[in-house]
Write a protein that binds this ligand. Structure first.
Ligand code: HEC
Ligand code: HEC
Ligand code: HEC
Ligand code: HEC
Ligand code: HEC
Ligand code: HEC
Ligand code: HEC
Ligand code: HEC
Ligand code: HEC
Ligand code: HEC
Length: 332
């Protein structure tokens, strides 16, 4: 009785107690009488699984044994159908889940669950931690493309394989992505990068001739920003744009440093994906007043009609570097 007396003297405690009581009742009611949708679903499953006699007392999941895909499919035809269309279902390939224990390769042995699905649960990837999901997939996908996953930006930021991929309901033609295209898949989290592709200056990613994965390995890389090739941005870019690689007799310092000083890799509203319009692009570094006055008056260089459109590169055409003996001004 002592604690009751205490409660009388502390009205807030009373309130808390009542709330707790109310919660217990609600939660218990929820367990005893499943919500309409869940009950209907369970009933449907029970019907479909008529041949399987649910055991009176289900065995603990740790003692569960393999039951095989056919049993799972009686209740989960939707998942089974989706999976049947993917490379994972290639029984003839002994490296695939189908070549091993089928559904149970990923979800765990299912006898207990098949007998009493309401009480005995299997691995539910949608509610597992990213580490646990990734560990399951990485038992097989740990070579080639995937060796650098551990410690990659995505891995360490809690992104999981199923943030981008789906085992049962993939949408893409290639690579079992959750959306139809890579751009859409990445845009879920990187909307800003995907929208830049809609700008006028861009590489043919939007047109499907290149992908985000042409430049990035989203599974991890040794370079910065998960770039697929090289240790620097310039190495990546020149792996395709070899003519910009050099070494040049006359190097333009920023071009050595990295292409993104002048270009936005994902796209920009300026021609050639330039980060700024000319002449301002150049004038971020070069003072117009230093330009020889023979052609222009030094102070007029920025506004002269003759540097309209392509601007400074109308004369300084070899802006990425020059091999011409007289190329120290990048004029040729
Ligand atoms: C390669 C591993 C793998 C295999 C093999 C696999 N699954 Fe799955 N399963 C997953 C993942 C991952 C998800 C999460 C959704 C997704 O990726 O589509 C999932 C989701 C599910 C779900 C939904 C669970 C929820 O979150 O509500 C069911 C049911 C299911 N799987 C049943 C099956 C059945 C039945 C089979 C065999 C026909 C099977 N799975 C084979 C990995 C696997
Ligand atoms: C008798 C029908 C039946 C069979 C057989 C069956 N399941 Fe289920 N499964 C269910 C029901 C019902 C649920 C929903 C349980 C819940 O929400 O409480 C479920 C849920 C799941 C889930 C979500 C996680 C969980 O345990 O709640 C996965 C994954 C799954 N089943 C996989 C499988 C696999 C793999 C097999 C074969 C080894 C299998 N099931 C066999 C009826 C069945
Ligand atoms: C038992 C081994 C195994 C497990 C576990 C496994 N996979 Fe696979 N997976 C394979 C094999 C084998 C292939 C076919 C690869 C090939 O042809 O090179 C494959 C193919 C794929 C593909 C490429 C499909 C395509 O169209 O090219 C994706 C994406 C994939 N798996 C994702 C996953 C994800 C996500 C998981 C974890 C939920 C997972 N895998 C778990 C073995 C496995
Ligand atoms: C950030 C998104 C993202 C994450 C996270 C991700 N992937 Fe991928 N994955 C991709 C993209 C994009 C491709 C290329 C698809 C294509 O070919 O168009 C791909 C391709 C693949 C392929 C087929 C290429 C190959 O290796 O043969 C496999 C298998 C695969 N991923 C498995 C995984 C696994 C396992 C994980 C988790 C450890 C994972 N992925 C995490 C985006 C992702
Ligand atoms: C589920 C969300 C999610 C999806 C989907 C996703 N990413 Fe990411 N990505 C992240 C997070 C979180 C970071 C870390 C961002 C940060 O540190 O600011 C990141 C970082 C990156 C980085 C920078 C890496 C670095 O080391 O700085 C690149 C490149 C990248 N993602 C590419 C992609 C590509 C390409 C795709 C599509 C194939 C993709 N991401 C899909 C969440 C996602
Ligand atoms: C032509 C090569 C190329 C393509 C294609 C490309 N990227 Fe990048 N991405 C880069 C480079 C280079 C960087 C690093 C340069 C920088 O810091 O600006 C980068 C950086 C990133 C970053 C990190 C940005 C930051 O601020 O840390 C993300 C996220 C990213 N890219 C996502 C994507 C996505 C999503 C796609 C597809 C829609 C994509 N990229 C396509 C070259 C590319
Ligand atoms: C995987 C190959 C590949 C990589 C890597 C690559 N590009 Fe491209 N780039 C292309 C293709 C293809 C085109 C379009 C065809 C052409 O004009 O040559 C293009 C076009 C361009 C254009 C002209 C765009 C326009 O609007 O006319 C610029 C500028 C450019 N790339 C800069 C870069 C920079 C900077 C990088 C590094 C961040 C880079 N590229 C990396 C393949 C690549
Ligand atoms: C100092 C600024 C600057 C730097 C740094 C720079 N570019 Fe450019 N780039 C330009 C300008 C300006 C144009 C437009 C030239 C024109 O209109 O004739 C251009 C055009 C391009 C083009 C398309 C036209 C062509 O010549 O093929 C490609 C591709 C390109 N750059 C790639 C690169 C690569 C790769 C790097 C890094 C190695 C790089 N750029 C570094 C300023 C720069
Ligand atoms: C990020 C800064 C930066 C940008 C942007 C830049 N430059 Fe340069 N530029 C330099 C540096 C640094 C040098 C080397 C200067 C030196 O050696 O005294 C240089 C050298 C030059 C030279 C050779 C003359 C000399 O003094 O050696 C010319 C010509 C030139 N740049 C033109 C341009 C043009 C045209 C643009 C625009 C398309 C441009 N630059 C953009 C930094 C830049
Ligand atoms: C009509 C052609 C022409 C245009 C347009 C032009 N330049 Fe020049 N520029 C030259 C010539 C010619 C020289 C070499 C003069 C010499 O060798 O003494 C030169 C020299 C330079 C130099 C080296 C001398 C110095 O000032 O240090 C720089 C830097 C330079 N230009 C930058 C630019 C920038 C930035 C632009 C655009 C705002 C530009 N140029 C536009 C023709 C031009």
């Amino acid at each position: 009785m002592r604690h009751l007396r205490k409660l009388r003297t502390a009205p807030t405690l009373w309130l808390i107690g009542l709330c707790a009581l109310w919660l217990t009742v609600v939660v218990r009611a929820g367990v005893v009488q499943p919500s309409g949708k869940k009950a209907a679903m369970a009933a449907e499953y029970q019907q479909a699984a008529a041949p399987v006699k649910p055991a009176a007392t289900a065995a603990p999941a740790s003692n569960a044994t393999l039951v095989g895909d056919d049993t799972c499919s009686t209740c989960h035809s939707k998942q089974a159908d989706g999976y049947a269309k993917t490379p994972h279902h290639m029984k003839s390939d002994t490296r695939t889940p189908a070549g091993k224990q089928g559904c149970e390769t990923c979800h765990g042995a299912g006898s207990a669950h098949a007998a009493d699905p309401e009480k005995q649960h299997l691995k539910k990837f949608s509610t597992m931690s990213s580490d646990d999901v990734n560990a399951t997939c990485a038992t097989c996908h740990n070579k080639g493309e995937h060796v650098l996953w551990q410690g990659s930006t995505h891995e360490s930021r809690g992104v999981s394989c199923i943030s981008c991929h789906s085992v049962h309901a993939p949408e893409s033609d290639k690579g079992q992505l959750k959306k139809k295209t890579q751009i859409e898949t990445c845009a879920v989290c990187h909307r800003d990068k995907a929208s830049k592709l809609d700008r006028s200056g861009h590489m043919p990613v939007r047109e499907g001739k290149m992908q985000c994965s042409s430049c990035h390995n989203t599974h991890g890389s040794t370079g910065q920003k998960m770039l697929r090739v090289g240790d620097s941005v310039a190495e990546l870019c020149t792996s395709c744009h070899a003519d910009k690689r050099g070494p040049f007799l006359w190097e333009h310092a920023p071009s050595r440093e990295g292409c993104v000083t002048c270009h936005d890799a994902h796209g920009s509203s300026n021609d050639r994906m330039l980060v700024a319009k000319q002449p301002f692009l150049c004038q971020r570094c070069h003072a117009p007043s230093g330009h020889p006055g023979s052609v222009y008056d030094g102070t007029q260089i920025a506004t002269s009609v003759r540097i309209f459109a392509r601007g400074c590169v109308q004369c300084h055409a070899a802006i990425h570097g020059s091999n011409h003996p007289a190329g120290n001004r990048f004029l040729r």
